[in-house]
Design a protein around this ligand. Structure first.
Ligand SMILES: [Zn+2]
Length: 402
């Protein structure tokens, strides 16, 4: 069985490999180090096929032999590992107030990261494409990686979207992006293949599992400017038919509730998402710095106030957390989740307030509470969506055939 307990070694992401060579690469990457005999067990391929495919991967410089492993009898087996410096991929997470870039090596490790201020509201998509292309080039240059070794770019933004077509509607801050083929324009500009994905789905792929036991069903509750979730089953991210699985922020939790930007009413995001938290804080007279500060930046200002003893800020965030706990409970009940990870830029700044409230709700009210779903904060919540985008690109046919 493929081990999925440590995402630094076994990232687990879709699209799943579609040919034998891709399956071998993916299995070695997931395992960290693995023998040829173990590869036949993991992949179901015959021993001669594994031997031939591994030989070609070594000849192509993508896989190395890594010494001898332990043996259950007979001579020790030669272990195989991915040659990390063989190839690279870029991950980019766009939101209105931040742009996060990561460069990931062929083994799936982050070798460079860069976070910039976002393009803001009412940004012109063509100008943003130019900027992302220039900053991606700069990221690669500054890392010292040979640009010819970069296989492609995974790009994520808030949904909803139609995979490989574009965003079909968008939060108020990103309405200019509807119908704009962002990844196609990036492909043209950079001369690299690009993959478009939903930010919350990618975050589930990019989240490192920091748990001691094996996890077959893991969910990521993602909060950036909006709220979403991603689901990872046996190491593979579930994307849904069009790339919009897990939109927990747009589950109705209050009939007749407030209007949501998505066109529905009473959505979890409309009642308790960061934009609503910011509006409530401003209405209560809290000082969030510049009035032009929006999105996660304004939300982070509220978190700082709460964490330094402002009781009004804390009450607003605790109320939001009690609503998000309903979303967490819904995900847990739907999928019998073993591990729920709170991730994304908004949890990265306010997660310590949200975590105990969500944990308490799951412990007291989840249908399967007898088995104690573990709820944890992601240690790299700021970057999880960008990392996940890169890992999904790394696993795609576009990258794997190289
Ligand atoms: Zn909605």
């Amino acid at each position: 069985m493929q081990q999925v307990s440590d995402a630094s070694r076994s990232p687990g992401y879709d699209p799943a490999p579609t040919n034998s060579r891709a399956l071998i690469v993916d299995s070695i990457r997931s395992a960290g180090t693995v023998s040829r005999v173990e590869l036949t067990q993991i992949t179901g391929l015959t021993a001669p096929s594994v031997t031939t495919l591994v030989r070609r991967l070594i000849d192509d410089g993508l896989v190395d032999e890594a010494g001898r492993g332990s043996s259950t009898g007979g001579k020790p087996r030669t272990m195989l590992r991915i040659r990390a410096a063989a190839r690279y991929v870029v991950g980019v997470h766009l939101s209105a107030d931040s742009l996060t870039y990561v460069l990931v090596d062929y083994a799936g490790a982050v070798v460079a990261r860069w976070r910039r201020a976002g393009p803001g509201d009412d940004s012109d998509p063509e100008q943003v494409v130019e900027r992302i292309a220039a900053e991606t080039t700069e990221l690669i240059e500054r890392s010292g990686v040979d640009p010819s070794l970069v296989l492609g770019l995974g790009f994520v933004c808030p949904g909803p979207l139609i995979r490989n077509r574009g965003v079909t509607s968008a939060p108020p801050s990103m309405t200019h992006w509807v119908g704009f083929p962002i990844h196609r324009r990036l492909e043209e500009r950079l001369g690299l293949p690009a993959l478009l994905e939903n930010d919350a789905t990618a975050a589930a792929a990019g989240t490192r599992l920091t748990t001691s036991h094996d996890v077959s069903v893991m969910a990521a509750l993602f909060m950036s400017e909006g709220i979403g979730s991603g689901l990872r089953l046996n190491g593979n991210v579930y994307q849904g038919a069009h790339g919009n699985a897990g939109e927990v922020g747009h589950i109705c939790v209050q009939i007749g509730g407030p209007q949501c930007w998505c066109g529905s009413t009473g959505c979890l995001e409309a009642i308790a998402g960061p934009a609503t938290v910011v509006a409530k804080a401003r209405a209560a007279g809290l000082d969030l710095g510049s009035p032009r500060r929006t999105g996660v930046a304004a939300f982070a200002a509220i978190a700082r106030l709460a964490l330094t003893g402002d009781s009004r800020a804390e009450a607003i965030l605790r109320d939001s957390a009690s609503w998000l706990a309903l979303g967490a409970q819904t995900i847990t009940n739907m999928y019998d989740v073993q591990l729920l990870v709170l991730t994304g830029p908004a949890f990265a700044v306010a997660g310590t307030i949200y975590l105990p409230i969500i944990q308490e709700r799951i412990l007291s009210s989840a249908f399967g509470r007898a088995v104690n779903t573990e709820v944890v904060l992601d240690e790299r919540g700021h970057d999880a969506a960008a990392i996940g985008a890169a890992l999904m690109m790394l696993r795609s046919d576009l990258a794997i055939s190289a």
